[in-house]
Design a protein around this ligand. Structure first.
Ligand code: BGC
Length: 374
């Protein structure tokens, strides 16, 4: 009897261990998990790329993925997120169109214990956000400002230079970081009178462009040229916070600027049209953000969260790209969101070939322009 009891005890212990191990496995088994992704729009090149990178990477790791694009429409995005929450996704990636419109919707994610990763752009006014994966957005702007300083050499020349500023969507928290990074580099020259802003538009609100619209950037620049440069005043540089704005501004310069020089114009994202323009000698630079790496980092962080790991500096060592862990800079109005920030790079005609190194771009068959890698 004693032996039977002992055997029974051993069997029960063995079965319990097997069950617990199986439980752990399925808790960490990607094929049992669904990741929900809410993207702003397909019409902006980079969100298309991000959406596809994230989906492909997550599926490669075995996760199920529900990817939704919101047509740049806030109500559409709210609906997308509601559907993902109703579908009981295990984790949510959100790139907000307007950072401050999702608080109510994300409360439901919190109630259901669905972790939320704010991807690239910060979700504001919500304590449902667990962490933020992005680039060092302040540095993006600083690279743009520094490029203008390095191109005009205000410290080594006697002249003064006319510059203008064009930044992004006021509803996008990143735009404020880009602008601040750039203005912190340019302001000392504006203060000393080396850089003059003929339009007088130097505050974020005066130079922001809703929805990062290329068309609006074009029309605003046409107005600026008509109002402040019609007397053949020379325009030396336009600090533009991304490629769309830079290309819009260049179109206006091409059609309405009377000077002979091509002003220094900055960009960001490494969009194909922008790289073409750099090669054609029009856009001066872009700030390249390797969104493939951003997606890889976000997927690693998501996996860590799903495995129950804490979101802290210890995750850095296992991340697939260089990042800074920042717990101070990104305050969304309710909390300081722990952030993993990747490193952006300045690209111009001289170093554009470096873009082929990470596999995202290749030269076209004539070796003239860069195109997305197949
Ligand atoms: C992104 C930029 C992008 C812009 C417009 C920002 O939030 O960080 O890379 O150019 O949105 O889509």
């Amino acid at each position: 009897m004693k032996i039977v009891t002992r055997r029974l005890f051993l069997l029960i212990t063995y079965l319990s261990v097997v069950l617990v191990l199986q439980g752990c496995n399925s808790a960490n088994d990607p094929s049992a998990k669904t990741v929900g992704i809410s993207m702003p729009t397909k019409t902006i090149e980079r969100w298309n790329r991000d959406g596809n990178y994230l989906k492909t990477l997550l599926e490669k790791q075995g996760y199920n993925v529900e990817l939704r694009f919101a047509d740049n429409n806030i109500l559409h995005q709210i609906n997308d997120i509601q559907v993902l929450i109703a579908d009981d996704v295990d984790i949510l990636f959100v790139v907000p169109i307007d950072g401050s419109t999702l608080s109510r919707t994300l409360e439901d994610a919190k109630i259901k214990n669905i972790p939320v990763i704010s991807y690239d752009t910060l979700v504001m006014n919500s304590d449902a956000v667990d962490c933020y994966v992005s680039f060092d957005n302040y540095r993006v702007g600083a690279l743009q400002g520094q490029y203008i300083v390095d191109s005009l050499h205000p410290d080594e020349t006697d002249g003064t230079y006319n510059i203008e500023l064009v930044t992004g969507d006021p509803a996008d928290n990143n735009a404020k970081f880009f602008f601040r990074g750039a203005i912190d580099v340019l302001q000392p020259y504006i203060d000393s009178g080396k850089f003059i802003v003929p339009s007088g538009k130097t505050s974020f609100d005066q130079v922001s462009t809703p929805l990062w619209s290329m068309d609006l950037a074009f029309r605003n620049m046409q107005n600026t040229l008509a109002s402040y440069y019609s007397d053949k005043k020379r325009l030396d540089a336009v600090m533009c916070s991304n490629d769309l704005l830079g290309l819009g501004v260049l179109n206006a310069i091409q059609s309405d600027y009377m000077g002979k020089n091509i002003p220094v114009v900055t960009g960001q994202d490494g969009d194909i049209a922008a790289l073409r323009s750099i090669i054609d000698g029009k856009l001066s630079m872009t700030v390249y953000k390797n969104v493939g790496n951003e997606a890889k980092v976000a997927v690693s962080v998501a996996t860590a969260i799903l495995e129950g790991k804490a979101i802290d500096e210890s995750l850095l060592k296992d991340l697939p790209a260089e990042c800074v862990f920042d717990t101070e800079s990104y305050d969304n109005g309710i909390k300081k969101v722990p952030s993993f920030l990747l490193v952006p790079e300045a690209i111009n005609a001289e170093n554009i070939d470096t873009l082929t190194k990470d596999g995202a771009y290749v030269w076209d068959k004539n070796g003239k322009y860069l195109i997305s890698a197949p």
